[in-house]
Write a protein that binds this ligand. Structure first.
Ligand code: DOR
Ligand code: ZN
Length: 349
């Protein structure tokens, strides 16, 4: 097969940043996706309707003319979050979902939630109005090994959330473990998960291949090979509970290649090609459209995109570095050759 036509996909988890970095990265996402769930972990975080409206305006202002792209905004949950503000933002079509970062779990999460009990009021409201909860599913307990923090989060937090809020829509974001894939697959229809292209592509060895390789470091951190294989199985299974979420998280090269480097993989520029590589390798191109373009909007209760995109089997090299926001960023698959290429249909028209 040399061409593959599919419904235009969406990215259900992306970091677009702000300021010059936003302007440098947003068009990579907008060229690939019709919509994206935009993470609110700015500094300071997006916690009010006014914050989200202003951020959405900055995103739209940074788009290249002619690109059609709809940012779907999220509210950052804090211990003191106002449930009425969440409801108002959802009713107004400004907030699509709320994001829960356990405090200090990852980049810009210091304002995150210190105890899930502190947001029970917000969760009650979200359950009542049908607003999805997006989870960074890792415990922050330093006594828990970093490679176990997702599985322990499922045991200690998520299992109780699913029990106590049976009608709450929950997305376990960027899953990295067999435990997560199984828990979601076996859970109720209100529970789903996103999977990144990088967690499908490499295991934890990639971070230590001949030396420390900071561009493979993200959170949750990549796990053992059997976990990667479980993720590939889940993504290509045809189950409606798994869908595309890149977790593209750009950091300047100097913030990655340093003594204490930031977590995040910048996968936006060739995201679809990176997912196509995985589905192709698994002999599952017939399930790619559901994962990329159908399962996400169905879970969120949003319309499916009507436009189509075309991928061609036409090898391309990924650059070693991409200039964005006055800095250089090393993209996912830097220096590699990818077999598939997205045709530029969402270009200036
Ligand atoms: O690797 C990550 N980078 N994981 C996150 O949870 C946050 C993200 C970021 O914002 O850089
Ligand atoms: Zn993220």
């Amino acid at each position: 097969m040399s061409t593959f036509v599919m419904r235009r996909p969406d990215d259900w988890h992306v970091h677009l940043r702000d300021g010059a970095m936003l302007a440098g990265v947003v068009n990579f996402t907008a060229r690939q996706f019709a919509r994206a769930i935009v993470m609110p972990n700015l500094n300071p975080p997006v916690t009010t309707v006014a914050d989200a409206e202003a951020y959405r305006s900055r995103i739209l202002a940074a788009l290249e003319p002619g690109l059609s792209f709809k940012p779907l905004m999220t509210c950052y949950l804090t211990d003191g979050i106002d449930a009425a503000e969440i409801e108002r933002g959802f009713a107004a079509g400004v907030f699509t979902a709320c994001k829960l970062y356990p405090a200090h779990a990852t980049t810009n999460s210091s304002h995150g939630v210190t105890d899930i009990k502190n947001i029970h009021g917000a969760l009650d409201t979200m359950q009542r109005i049908g607003m999805p909860l997006l989870l960074h599913g890792e415990v922050t307990d330093k006594h828990v090994d970093i490679f176990d923090r997702e599985a322990v989060f499922i045991d200690r937090i998520l299992s109780k959330l699913v029990r106590d809020f049976p009608a709450l829509k929950i997305v376990l974001e960027h899953i990295t473990t067999e435990e997560a894939a199984n828990f979601v697959a076996e859970g109720p229809a209100t529970l789903a998960a996103t999977i990144t292209p990088h967690h499908l592509d490499y295991n934890r060895n990639a971070m230590f291949d001949g030396g420390i390789r900071p561009h493979f470091y993200c959170l949750p951190v990549a796990k053992r090979e059997h976990h990667r294989l479980a993720l590939r199985k889940a993504a290509t299974s045809g189950s409606a509970k798994f869908f595309l979420g890149t977790d593209s998280a750009p950091h300047a090269v100097g913030a990655k290649e340093t003594a204490c480097g930031c977590a995040g993989v910048f996968c936006a520029p060739h995201a679809l090609e990176a997912y196509a590589k995985v589905f192709d390798e698994e002999g599952a191109m017939d399930r790619f459209e559901a994962f990329a373009s159908e399962n996400g909007p169905r879970f969120y209760g949003l319309p499916l995109n009507e436009e189509r995109i075309t991928l061609t089997r036409d090898a391309q090299s990924v650059p070693d570095r991409i200039s964005a926001g006055g800095t250089e960023i090393v993209p996912f698959h830097a220096g590699a050759t990818l077999a598939w290429r997205l045709q530029p249909s969402n270009a200036a028209r």
